[in-house]
Design a binder for this molecule. Structure first.
Ligand code: FAD
Length: 300
């Protein structure tokens, strides 16, 4: 069977595209490679339509149910290769018994993974929002708190300065040589700088940093260590991308490879749920237009 669209990734972008394409009456297979980044969200307060906030797992469950309602098929597998197959694409899948799957179009919604420091209890601390990853998402919930930012370069400095408009107690915990930082700019912004090594940092009720004689405690810790691509399927095929592997797309979410689309965090731009879902809607609509021109669907 050749699907109208293969969607790689079952996060907000992939699931939104599956709903749209299902409602366009397209045959869609969603390849679910496991834990989406959205699954880590303890509670999101900037996702449209949830004034009381929504947890990542609940949001994903709702989106998955919505896509399923319109006929999207799901398969738990990771796509390991992407190649042309006549007018279509073929994805090779992980797992001994996984046969390759084919689709007339492919949407990559493969997201990114955050780089986490090797700190005991880090995963549980992210789930209870003691450790945070995205100041754009949840700095509002840290207003007035003692905030630490763990970084090793320019990103840490930028996030610390961003957080200053939420609290007058922001400290950059800097890993590595501090001479890489613009200390006068940080001082002018009112950000304290504390050189640390990871062994100084402990996650308990609060975040504590052992500095000299005494511990310094913080209410939350933002990680500013960057992120990596989850999958380099399109990059391996030399689709246009930036130096970090983020895909570059046109206004219809088309990559530089004909018939290959991308949406969500894997695309260069702001990594947010609202963006992922918007890009997925645009991609799905263009995929439908493309297929409709080649092969009109049956009329009711
Ligand atoms: C702690 C935390 C809090 C956040 N809070 C917010 C918030 O409040 N508001 C907000 O807007 N954003 C928030 N974000 C960001 C948000 O989670 C992401 O922007 C969003 O999840 C991006 O959706 P996506 O579908 O592009 O990627 P993801 O959600 O990461 O989903 C990607 C999917 O692709 C799959 N995949 C990858 N490679 C393959 C492959 N080769 N084969 C098959 N499947 C594959 C993965 O397994 C995964 O299922 C937060 C992120 C974190 C970590």
């Amino acid at each position: 069977m050749i699907y109208d669209a293969l969607i790689v990734g079952a996060g907000p972008a992939g699931l939104t595209a599956a709903t749209y394409l299902g409602r366009f009456r397209r045959k869609v297979l969603v390849l679910d490679g496991g834990q989406p980044r959205a699954d880590w969200i303890p509670e999101s307060h900037n996702t449209p339509g949830f004034p009381e906030g929504v947890g990542g797992p609940e949001l994903l469950a709702r989106m998955r149910a919505q896509a399923g309602r319109y006929g999207a098929a799901f398969q738990v597998a990771r796509a390991q290769s992407l190649s042309p197959r006549g007018d279509a694409f073929e994805l090779g899948l992980s797992g001994e018994r996984s046969e390759p799957v084919q689709g007339r179009t492919v949407l990559l919604a493969t997201g990114v993974v955050d780089i986490k420091p090797d700190l005991p209890g880090i995963d549980a601390a992210i789930r209870r929002a003691l450790v945070r990853i995205c100041p754009i998402c949840d700095a509002f919930e840290a207003i007035g708190q003692a905030i630490a930012v763990l970084g090793d370069g320019a990103l840490g400095a930028r996030e610390a300065m961003f957080l200053r408009s939420y609290s007058d107690r922001v400290t950059l915990l800097h890993l590595g040589a501090a001479d890489a930082l613009d200390l006068p700019a940080l001082r002018a912004a009112g950000v304290a700088v504390m050189p640390v090594s990871l062994t100084d940092v402990a996650l308990g009720e609060r975040v504590t940093v052992a500095t000299g004689e005494r511990d310094t405690a913080f209410d939350c810790l933002y990680l500013a260590l960057g992120c990596e691509m989850q999958s380099r399927l399109a990059v391996r095929w030399d689709a246009e991308h930036d130096e970090d592997g983020n895909l570059i797309v046109d206004a219809h979410q088309r990559t530089s490879i004909d018939g290959l689309y991308a949406a969500g965090d894997v695309v260069k731009g702001l990594n947010q749920i609202a963006i992922a879902t918007a890009e997925a809607a645009i991609a799905a609509t263009d995929i439908h237009r493309r297929l409709r021109e080649a092969d009109p669907p049956p009329r009711p």
